[in-house]
Design a protein around this ligand. Structure first.
Ligand code: HEM
Length: 217
């Protein structure tokens, strides 16, 4: 399994798979597949994929520890950047199709509608994470500071789930499912944190200073 995970081709395949939802959306645009309300269709699809990629990114660390597959870490940055890619498209669709580039209207909406406020917060919090996702930035910030900064992904994911919960009118099952998944992913981290605190730092939990620190979280 580790051989597959370390192959450069696996990374290429995973990249293509992550891009496929965007490709499918473009295909639907050119084949009249967006239904009666294309704006809503596109906003919903890109919103869904943002949330899915946030969950996938947060699932990497628990999965690699539980399944003993350290090489899974190779994909985490890609998943995180895909979450950022989909939220950028999501936000651009909102700016262009929903608000017709009316910047004042957008700002008024951010201040007025609580689900937009919280979604916007989730988006803004992802910006520094995307900017500092390179090995050079990890080195410049130092492992510990980088790790602290990248905990913002937890807040962003929470904001994303609240955004979804607040925007649905009646059937809250889907946002609640995301909330449950997020609770498990964050709960695992809290449990691990308490366990490590009681035991003292194990060799595998010592914070390294160089890019390998990006493997934490
Ligand atoms: C981390 C950030 C965000 C996440 C995870 C996210 C996620 C989502 C999700 C899951 C949906 C609903 C999809 C569905 O119904 O299946 C949605 C819808 C929507 N989002 Fe976001 N979103 C984020 C940021 C934003 C931002 C920054 C804006 C605009 C300022 C925005 C505006 C909208 C709008 C307008 C809708 C459609 C609402 C409607 O149905 O009327 N979102 N988003």
């Amino acid at each position: 399994m580790n051989r597959i995970l370390t192959s450069k081709w696996t990374k290429v395949v995973v990249f293509v798979v992550c891009l496929a939802p965007a490709g499918l959306l473009v295909w639907e645009i050119f084949h009249d597949g967006l239904g009666a309300n294309p704006t809503q269709f596109l906003e919903h699809a890109t919103g869904d994929w943002t949330l899915r990629f946030l969950m996938i990114t947060l699932a990497v660390t628990p999965l690699r520890k539980i399944l003993n597959l350290p090489q899974l870490i190779r994909f985490r940055r890609m998943f995180g950047l895909f979450a950022f890619f989909y939220v950028c498209v999501h936000f651009c669709l909102y700016i262009g199709l929903d608000q017709l580039f009316n910047l004042r209207g957008i700002w008024a909406d951010v201040l007025k509608r609580r689900y937009i406020t919280v979604g916007f917060t989730g988006f803004v919090l992802l910006i520094p994470l995307a900017i500092t996702s390179t090995a050079g930035m990890i080195r410049r910030l130092g492992g510990k500071r980088w790790q602290k900064l990248h905990r913002l992904i937890y807040v962003s994911a929470i904001a994303g789930v609240i955004h979804f919960y607040w925007l649905v009118k009646s059937d809250v099952r889907e946002p609640l499912l995301y909330a449950a998944i997020l609770a498990v992913l964050l709960g695992w981290r809290i449990m691990t944190w308490f366990r490590n605190r009681d035991r003292g730092p194990a060799p595998g939990n010592v914070v390294r200073k160089e890019p390998a620190a990006a493997e934490m979280n």
